[in-house]
Design a protein around this ligand. Structure first.
Ligand code: 6PG
Length: 255
């Protein structure tokens, strides 16, 4: 796996935004729609800023979230709130193109089950848009095959809200799950590995020296089983956009 090493977070954001726009344009040209799961955290916010200048048919973009924190949608820590502020509001994205985790439901299982329904409805709408028909009333079996999933990685090697030694790592059936994270002493909400590994494109965005050790383990240690290493799209393209600080421990072969 060759990482795309960028001088600094700004260059990472520019190159990742170019990749986002390129995949989006290709998906829209091919099928008339583009489904993307946004990442949480701070790194992607720089990318969203650059996307404001991208000339895309935003009406054909369906926005989902790879994960969410256990906070209300208007709280500063909310991944939805931050994407809404940085991207949805400035681009005037239609509400029916945004599929967020409804954390206000309160009960963790209810939030996760509701997001499964959102995935089914969202991808049913996408299939309808692609076929040029209204979404089928009873969608039946839907496979949420994202055109693009953006992911970050924590210094502990977590990605989305798939943290080391947590139950969600072992989820093989459900697409959207609640995940108790002892180190946070809180619930998190996350897409499961089956969904991440179904995607057509997965792009990791990793910046900062605090990620260097985990990045080396994920990209170069065969024995590592850090969560981020377990993202291996079966039929998709996996790209790592990293900055030089995060790449400092990588061997030349991976640069
Ligand atoms: C979240 C993210 C999480 C994030 C990493 C990296 O909800 O926090 O989904 O997986 O991507 O923690 O976060 P930074 O980009 O802020 O370093």
């Amino acid at each position: 796996m060759n990482a795309i090493v960028c001088k600094n977070p700004d260059e990472l954001a520019s190159r990742a935004a170019e990749e986002f726009a390129s995949v989006a344009k290709e998906s829209i040209e091919e099928s008339g729609a583009f489904s993307v799961a946004l990442s949480g955290g701070s790194t992607p916010l720089l990318v969203y800023k650059r996307l404001l200048d991208a000339s895309l048919d935003w009406e054909r973009v369906y926005f989902f979230f790879g994960d969410e924190r256990n906070v209300p949608p208007d709280e500063e820590a909310s991944n939805f709130r931050n994407a809404n502020k940085a991207l949805f509001r400035p681009l005037r994205i239609r509400e029916d193109r945004i599929f967020r985790w409804r954390t206000e439901l309160g009960d963790p299982k209810a939030v996760a089950d509701d997001y499964f329904v959102q995935l089914v409805n969202g991808f049913s709408e996408i299939q309808g848009a692609i076929a040029g028909e209204p979404a089928p009333r009873s969608p039946g079996v839907i496979q949420p095959v994202f055109d693009l999933i953006l992911l970050g990685m924590g210094s502990d090697g977590h990605t989305a809200s798939l943290f080391p030694d947590t139950a969600a790592l072992e989820e093989k059936e459900k697409f959207a799950v609640q995940n108790w994270v002892p180190k946070l002493a809180d619930w998190r909400y996350t897409l499961s590995f089956p969904v991440l590994n179904m995607a057509r494109n997965v792009v990791f965005l990793v910046a900062g020296g605090d990620k260097a050790e985990a990045l080396e383990k994920v990209l170069e240690d065969q024995d590592s089983d850090l969560p981020a290493k377990r993202v291996q799209p079966a039929n998709g393209k996996l790209s790592w956009f990293v900055d030089s600080a995060a790449a400092v421990k990588l061997s030349d072969a991976n640069i």
